[in-house]
Ligand binder design. Structure first.
Ligand code: GLC
Length: 557
C-alpha cells in the first residue's frame, strides 16, 4: 500500500528548533528571558520554517545545570513566567502550526527537590526508596559523565548516613525507577504536560533512566528495562495520539536500535544521530566525506514511525566521544586546537561559524548538508544567524549565550544591566554588532534567509524525511553525492567538503535523457544523457540540491 498521507507522523519531516526560554528574549526587563518574550518571537520562528519547538527545561530549579536540576516537575520557574504565560506561548505556537515539546528530565531530581529532602532525612521517609541508596558505593560503571567536577557516581550523604547514586552532578540524585510508585509519578508528570498542550518530550539521558545500577534487590530490578520505555511510549500514545518521545541516546548503532524498539518501533519515536554528527565533523576536518557516508549507511533500518534527528550543534559540549582518540585529535586540531575550546577531554565548546573561521561558504555548505540528510533536522537557537560562542563563559555555557536580536544593547535580548544577564554575550567578530536577527532579516543574502530557504526546501522534499537513502558513486573523496527517494519523488544532493572546485560525474541508473536534474537552491537544470549521466559542477565547499524531474511531473518547478 502506498502511504500518501504524511500528516499523521508529523515528526518524520519536522524542522525542530531548540531554545532555552531563559536566553531567548527578556520581555519584562529583569535580565532573564521569559515566556512572554518567547510568545513575541513565535512569528519569527514560523517565518524561519520551524514546525516543532523544543523547550529546554523551564521547571523550578536552583539552576546549577541550566534547569536540568529540577525541584518541581509540575511547575514553571517563576523567573520565566507562570503556567499561564507558558500556555499562551504554546497556544501562539500552535496557531502558527508549530508543535511544542519539552525536556523530560526524570533520570534525576535536584538535591533540593522536596522528595530528596524528605528521602535523606530519615530511612522511614516515604520518599527514601524514590532514590538509590547504598551503605557502600558500588563499583563505578566507568568514568563519571562530568569528569572535571565529579570523581564518582556515588555521594555520601551525612544526613542519610548512606551513599546515593548520581550519574551526573552530585546535586542530581538519580530516581529509582524500580520503584513502581516512581514510575507512576513519572507517567503523571508526562500526562500533566500533555494535557496542558505539549506534543511530546525530548527525553533526557534515556540509557541512564532505564538502568538499575545500585539496586540490590534482584526481585525489584526491571526484568526488561525496555518494557518500561515501551510503556512510556504507549502512555504518550494513549494520552496524545501523535505525541513523540525524542530520546538522548548516545550509544552504538545496535543499542540505538533497541531504544527504538527494534523493527516494532514502539519505544523512542526519534533519536539524535550522534554518530553521524561526529563523523560529519571528522569528514569536515579531513575534507573527506567518506566517514560521514559510512555512518549514514551504517544506520539500521527502522520502523516507519521511527526517525533519526539530525543535528550539528546542541546545547551541550559538541561531543566527539564516539571517535577514536586519533580521530578526535584530528577534529580538535581542525576546529578547537586551544585547550580552552575543549571540554571533558571529549568535546568542543564552540559554535560552527567560529570553528569554520567565519567562512560563509563552509557554513552554508554544512547547513545545506544537514538539511539534505535523511532524517529530521534539529537547530539550536542562534545557528540560523551564525552566532558564535563566548569562551569567557564557563564550560558548556560558552554556547548558551543570549540570543542576538539587534545590534543594540545586550543584542536586543534584554534592557537590563549586562551584569543581570544569564551569561556574557560574544564580543569581537561574532558580537551583536556583526551578528543579529534584525540586520539579517533585511538582507536577502543573509544566512538567516538562506536557512529559511533550506527549511522551505526541506519541507517541500518529503523524500528527505521519509525516503530511502543511497550514496551515489563518484570519484572524489571530498564529495558526498546522495539520493533520497520516496513515493515517486527523488532528490539528489551533492556537497563538496573540499576547498577545490569539482566537476562531479553522476549516473542515475533508472533515468534517461527524458529526465532533468532541477536545482532547488538556485536556478538551473542539468539534462541527463541517454545513460542517465550528467556532470555536476560544484564550487569549493559548493552544494546542490537536484530534483530528479521526469516529463509530466507535477509539482516540480
Ligand atoms: C543531558 C543534558 C545535559 C545535562 C544532563 C544532566 O545530557 O543534555 O545538558 O547536563 O543531561 O541532566
Amino acid at each position: 500500500m502506498k502511504i500518501t498521507d504524511t500528516g499523521d507522523l508529523w515528526w518524520k519531516n519536522a524542522v525542530v528548533y531548540c531554545l532555552d526560554v531563559e536566553t531567548f528574549l527578556d520581555w519584562d526587563g529583569d535580565g532573564c528571558g521569559d515566556f512572554t518574550g518567547l510568545a513575541q518571537r513565535i512569528d519569527y520562528l514560523a517565518e524561519l520554517g520551524v514546525t516543532c519547538l523544543w523547550l529546554r527545561p523551564f521547571y523550578p530549579s536552583p539552576d546549577r545545570d541550566v534547569g536540568y536540576d529540577i525541584t518541581d516537575f509540575y511547575g514553571v520557574d517563576g523567573r520565566l513566567g507562570s503556567h499561564g504565560d507558558l500556555v499562551e506561548a504554546i497556544r501562539t505556537a500552535r496557531d502558527r502550526g508549530i508543535r511544542v515539546i519539552a525536556d523530560l528530565v526524570v533520570n534525576h531530581t535536584s538535591d533540593k527537590h522536596p522528595w530528596f529532602r524528605s528521602a535523606r532525612s530519615s530511612p522511614n521517609s516515604p520518599y527514601r526508596d524514590w532514590y538509590v541508596w547504598r551503605d557502600e558505593p558500588e563499583k563505578e560503571a566507568g568514568a563519571p559523565v562530568f569528569p572535571d567536577q565529579e570523581t564518582s557516581d556515588w555521594q555520601y550523604d551525612e544526613k542519610a548516613g548512606q551513599y546515593y547514586l548520581h550519574r551526573f552532578y552530585r546535586h542530581q540524585p538519580d530516581l529509582n525507577v524500580t520503584n513502581p510508585v516512581v514510575r507512576d509519578e513519572i507517567a503523571k508528570v508526562m500526562g500533566f504536560w500533555l494535557q496542558l498542550g505539549l506534543d511530546g518530550f525530548r527525553v533526557d539521558a534515556v540509557p541512564f533512566l532505564l538502568e538499575t545500577m545500585g539496586v540490590t534487590d534482584g526481585a525489584r530490578k526491571l526484568p526488561h528495562p525496555h518494557d518500561y520505555l515501551r510503556e512510556l511510549r504507549g502512555f504518550v500514545g494513549r494520552r496524545s495520539g501523535d505525541g513523540i518521545l525524542l530520546g538522548e541516546v548516545n550509544l552504538a548503532r545496535d543499542q540505538q536500535l533497541e531504544f527504538f524498539g527494534g523493527s516494532d518501533g514502539d519505544e523512542l519515536t526519534m533519536q539524535f544521530d550522534f554518530i553521524s554528527m561526529q563523523k560529519l565533523y571528522l569528514s569536515m576536518a579531513r575534507q573527506d566525506a567518506r566517514p560521514l557516508a559510512e555512518a549514514l549507511l551504517d544506520r539500521p533500518p527502522l520502523a516507519l514511525e521511527s526517525q533519526w534527528a539530525t543535528f550539528v550543534r546542541n546545547h551541550d559540549e559538541l561531543t566527539l566521544d564516539k571517535l577514536t582518540d586519533s580521530e578526535r585529535a584530528e577534529v580538535f586540531a581542525a576546529f578547537g586546537p586551544d585547550p580552552s575550546m575543549q571540554v571533558y577531554g571529549r568535546g568542543l565548546r564552540r559554535r560552527i561559524p567560529a570553528m569554520l573561521g567565519g567562512d560563509p561558504r563552509r557554513i552554508r555548505m554544512v547547513y545545506s548538508l544537514l538539511f539534505s540528510l535523511p532524517g529530521t533536522p534539529v537547530l539550536f537557537y542562534g545557528e540560523e544567524i551564525g552566532m558564535g560562542e563566548n569562551l569567557a563563559a564557563e564550560g558548556r555555557y560558552a554556547v548558551r549565550t543570549p540570543m542576538q536580536w539587534t545590534s543594540g544593547k545586550n543584542g536586543g535580548f534584554s534592557s537590563a544591566a549586562p551584569s543581570r544577564l544569564p551569561g556574557p554575550i560574544p564580543d569581537g567578530g561574532f558580537s551583536p554588532e556583526h551578528v543579529n536577527v534584525q540586520d539579517q532579516r533585511r538582507d536577502p543574502g543573509s544566512l538567516l534567509n538562506f536557512m529559511a530557504l533550506l527549511t522551505k526546501r526541506y519541507r517541500e522534499c518529503p523524500e528527505l524525511g521519509w525516503g530511502s537513502f543511497e550514496v551515489l558513486d563518484q570519484p572524489y573523496a571530498e564529495v558526498l553525492a546522495h539520493r533520497c527517494t520516496w513515493d515517486d519523488g527523488s532528490l539528489v544532493a551533492v556537497h563538496n567538503l573540499g576547498s577545490e572546485p569539482r566537476t562531479v560525474p553522476l549516473k542515475l541508473d533508472d533515468c534517461d535523457e527524458s529526465v532533468v536534474l532541477a536545482d532547488q537552491l538556485c536556478d538551473g537544470t542539468t539534462p541527463l544523457d541517454g545513460s542517465g549521466s550528467a556532470e555536476i559542477v560544484l564550487d569549493g565547499y559548493g552544494y546542490r540540491w537536484l530534483r530528479v524531474a521526469r516529463p509530466g511531473d507535477r509539482g516540480v518547478w
